[in-house]
Design a protein around this ligand. Structure first.
Ligand SMILES: [Zn+2]
Length: 308
């Protein structure tokens, strides 16, 4: 089996103001870093409106469409912007995850990585925030549950920021286990251990500023992986943010590139035990361009090894 790389050039048309960390060059660096790897390259389709409406209300989508600027920017909050190409990019990022889930569940790929932007894990049900418009990871989970009829889907979110959007969108979803690690304290401020969801299916793993690979590996071995194995997921969705890297300018964890390889290999090993290796990963953060490219490559190399 192969690893699918799902992306679309429209994702480069979501433009942010000069100096903004979530910049077009991020995706260029990731795609450049993945050049030459043995991947099945797939064009991300536009998500169907029904896919978006599985997780966001119609009024939210209408608001984004209404505010989409003909030129320049529309500022949603302190750091989240719309440019003329933002909604096409967001529909490709969401549609790419739907396509990736379809491919992996239909046996057309062993696992998949969606290299797209805008990212998704901060987007709550009715609130775009933290550079995110649609909850791509939660949308993939709902598609697997509601369209494919799975009973148990897990999310592992190792972005340095709390996956507050994924937590919000899946808070009351008993069929989804959400494991999210984050530096604390750090924006957006949520992600305490006692945030466990309506059905005790949310697992928050706060990490102190300065924590490195050793602390991360211990925390995942103690708290994340036993829960993940016990849940026996039929699919694992990964929110792959690379901003816990020591060179990242937005946070203070000190993971190395090989820590991203380690966590990916561990997730893939559990997927091999539970669900024939079925993993669908989506790009979230990562703002030092070199660290982002290197870490994304390390992540995808492990996906490729696992799919073989
Ligand atoms: Zn982040």
């Amino acid at each position: 089996m192969t690893t699918a790389l799902v992306t679309h050039a429209d994702c480069l048309d979501h433009v942010t103001p000069p100096g903004h960390p979530e910049q077009v060059a991020r995706l260029d660096h990731v795609l450049h870093a993945l050049a030459g790897l043995d991947l099945t390259r797939v064009t991300a389709p536009l998500a169907a409106e029904d896919d978006i409406l599985r997780i966001h209300p119609a009024g939210y989508l209408a608001g984004l469409r209404r505010n989409l600027p003909a030129q320049g920017f529309y500022q949603i909050d302190g750091d989240t912007f719309l440019s003329p190409g933002s909604l096409s990019a967001a529909f490709r990022a969401a549609g790419g995850m739907v396509r990736a889930v379809d491919m992996v569940l239909n046996g057309d790929a062993g696992n998949a990585f969606c290299a797209a932007r805008p990212p998704g894990h901060h987007a709550e049900r009715e609130t775009a925030m933290g550079f995110c418009l649609f909850g791509n990871a939660a949308l993939a989970v709902k598609h697997a549950l509601d369209f494919h009829g799975l009973q148990r889907v897990a999310v592992v979110d190792f972005d340095v920021h709390h996956g507050n959007g994924t937590q919000d969108l899946l808070w009351d979803e008993a069929r989804a286990l959400v494991i999210t690690s984050q530096q604390m304290p750090l924006w957006p401020g949520t992600g305490r251990i006692d945030e466990t969801g309506m059905h005790d299916t949310i697992v928050n793993i706060p990490l102190a500023p300065g924590s490195g690979g050793a602390e991360m590996r211990a925390a995942y071995a103690d708290r994340a992986f036993p829960r993940l194995r016990a849940f026996a997921p039929e699919l694992i969705v990964v929110s792959a943010g690379f901003d816990a890297h020591r060179d990242d300018p937005l946070a203070q964890l000190t993971w190395e590139t090989e820590d991203f390889a380690w966590i990916t290999a561990e997730i893939c090993a559990i997927a091999a035990e539970c669900c024939a290796g079925r993993v669908v990963s989506t790009l979230e953060g990562g703002y030092d361009l070199k660290a982002l490219g290197d870490s994304a490559r390390a992540h995808v190399e492990e996906l490729i090894k696992a799919a073989r």
